[in-house]
Design a binder for this molecule. Structure first.
Ligand SMILES: [Zn+2]
Length: 425
C-alpha cells in the first residue's frame, strides 16, 4: 500500500509491538478498585529509560504512580514538542467467567487481539511506546521533545493527566491515544455533582400529617419529596438545553443531565431530613464546566424560590471531584479541536497516506483526559486505535491490522512534527 521507510519498519517489527501489548495487558490494572498500577508503571518507566528518556515517576495515590518520560530532542528550543498521552488503568471486569479467553492474557485470533484494555487503551499506549522505540533504535533523529505520559485513574475520573499539567508538563501539540477507531476527535465535557436538600430539624413519621395538612401548623418538609422538585427542574433545564444548544458532530440533546444516584432518609419511623442527588452533566465543547454548573445552580435556585420551604432551606451544591473512588466526583473538561491547527492537518496527511482515506475531525461520544490538556491551552486531539463499543466490554478486542496502520500513521506524524521548527506554528 505504501512503502515509506517508517511504515516498512513497523511491518518488520510487528511481533515486538504485539509482545509489548501482551505485556501491558498482563498487568492487572483494573479501576476500580485501582491502587494496582505500580508494576505496570515501573515497566513503562524502564522501557522509557531504555530509550534514553528522562523519567519522572510520582505517586498520586498509594500504588498508583504517574510516569512521564521526556525524550529530549536534539534541538528542543527551536523544534516542536509533542505530548503522547495514555492511561494505564483499564475498566473493571464484571464477569470474568463469561470471557472466552483469560482477560489478562492477550490472545490472538483471526487478526484480532483479545484482552482487557486492548482497545481502551493499552493498544494505543503500546503503539506510542513502540513508535518511540523504533525511532530511537533505527536512528531517526527527532529535533523536538517527545513527552510520553502514562497516567493513572482515567477510568474513575482521577485525572492523572491533570496532575501532569500541575507538574508543569506542556507541549506544542498533544495526542491522546485513547479509543477513537483512528478518527481525529474532540469531545464534550462531563461533570458530576451533588444536589443536597437538608432540613434543619428532624421529625418523627407520626408528625407527617401536621406538616402536610391544613391546620397542622408544622413548618417542615420531607427532603425526598422536595428533591422531586429539583429532579423536575433538572428535566426542564435539560429539555431547554436540548432545544436551544447544539454543536456540530453531536446529536441534538446530547447535553444531558442524568439523575444518577439518590440517597436520603433515615428509617421509616422518620421523615427524611436529608436527600442527596448525584447527577452527571454532559456539555458541549464550546462550554465549560463552570458555566454549565452555574446555569444549573441558577435554575434550581429559581425552582427553590417558588416553594416556601425550599426558599428557606435552599439546595446545596458540590461540583466535580478528584476521584469517583475517593470523593465521589469527577470532571472531564471538553476538548475543542480545530481543523486549522497544523497538528491536525499533518495528522490528516499521515493518516491518509496509510489508510488511503480522508479523516475529518469528529466528536467522541465519550470523554478522555484530552479535556485536561485542552484546558491547559495545549492543542490536543484524541487519536487512537480501537472501537468504542469494545472499550469496557466482554471479550474486548482490537483489530491487529488497525493497530499496525495506526502505528504507521503515528510514527510518521511523530517524526515529521518533531522535526518542524517552532516558529512555523
Ligand atoms: Zn480510555
Amino acid at each position: 500500500m505504501n512503502s515509506n521507510p517508517l511504515s516498512n519498519l513497523v511491518e518488520e517489527h510487528k511481533e515486538e509491538l504485539l509482545s509489548l501489548l501482551t505485556k501491558l495487558v498482563s498487568f492487572q490494572t483494573e479501576s476500580p478498585p485501582a491502587r494496582n498500577t505500580l508494576p505496570a508503571q515501573k515497566f513503562i518507566a524502564d522501557y522509557l529509560k531504555d530509550l534514553g528518556a528522562d523519567v519522572d515517576m510520582w505517586e498520586i495515590y498509594h500504588n498508583d504512580f504517574n510516569v512521564v518520560g521526556t525524550k529530549k530532542g536534539s534541538n528542543s528550543n527551536e523544534y516542536r514538542s509533542l505530548i503522547l498521552n495514555g492511561h494505564i488503568d483499564v475498566a473493571a471486569i464484571e464477569d470474568k467467567e463469561l470471557w472466552d479467553t483469560p482477560p489478562f492474557e492477550a490472545t490472538i485470533n483471526n487478526n484480532s487481539i483479545f484482552g482487557r484494555g486492548v482497545a481502551d487503551m493499552k493498544g494505543g499506549l503500546a503503539a506510542c511506546l513502540f513508535c518511540l522505540s523504533l525511532l530511537k533504535k533505527e536512528g531517526f533523529e527527532l529535533k523536538g521533545d517527545v513527552i510520553l505520559q502514562s497516567v493513572i485513574g482515567e477510568e474513575v475520573g482521577e485525572a492523572g493527566t491533570k496532575e501532569c499539567i500541575n507538574r508543569g508538563y506542556s507541549g506544542d501539540f498533544a495526542i491522546v491515544a485513547d479509543t477513537s477507531e483512528c478518527q481525529i476527535q474532540g469531545q464534550g465535557g462531563v461533570i458530576t455533582g451533588w444536589v443536597t436538600i437538608e432540613s434543619p430539624t428532624t421529625h418523627h413519621d407520626g408528625t407527617r400529617s401536621k406538616m402536610i395538612h391544613a391546620g397542622g401548623g408544622l413548618f417542615a418538609a420531607n427532603a425526598i419529596e422536595k428533591m422531586t422538585k429539583m429532579i423536575n427542574g433538572l428535566q426542564d433545564l435539560e429539555r431547554h438545553w436540548a432545544v436551544t444548544k447544539s454543536y456540530p458532530g453531536f446529536l441534538p440533546g446530547s447535553n444531558t443531565i442524568n439523575p444518577a444516584v439518590i440517597e436520603g432518609g433515615i428509617h421509616p419511623a422518620f421523615t427524611p431530613n436529608q436527600c442527596a442527588l448525584w447527577i452527571t452533566v454532559h456539555f458541549y465543547p464550546n462550554e465549560s464546566y463552570e458555566s454549565v454548573t452555574q446555569e444549573i445552580e441558577e435554575h434550581l435556585m429559581a425552582v427553590a424560590s417558588s416553594d416556601p420551604w425550599l426558599r428557606k432551606n435552599p439546595p446545596a451544591f458540590r461540583w466535580g471531584g478528584n476521584s469517583m473512588i475517593e470523593d465521589r466526583g469527577e470532571i472531564f473538561p471538553a476538548l475543542e479541536v480545530s481543523p486549522n491547527w497544523q497538528g491536525v492537518q499533518l495528522l490528516q496527511e499521515t493518516h491518509k497516506q496509510v489508510f488511503n482515506k480522508d479523516v475529518n475531525v469528529s466528536m467522541s461520544p465519550s470523554v478522555t483526559d484530552g479535556g485536561w490538556l485542552s484546558e491547559a491551552n495545549i492543542k490536543t486531539v484524541i487519536y487512537g486505535p480501537g472501537k468504542l463499543e469494545q472499550a469496557h466490554s466482554l471479550n474486548e478486542e482490537l483489530s491487529i491490522d488497525e493497530l499496525f496502520d495506526y502505528c504507521k500513521s503515528l510514527i510518521q506524524f511523530i517524526y515529521q512534527w518533531c522535526n518542524l521548527p517552532k516558529e512555523e506554528i
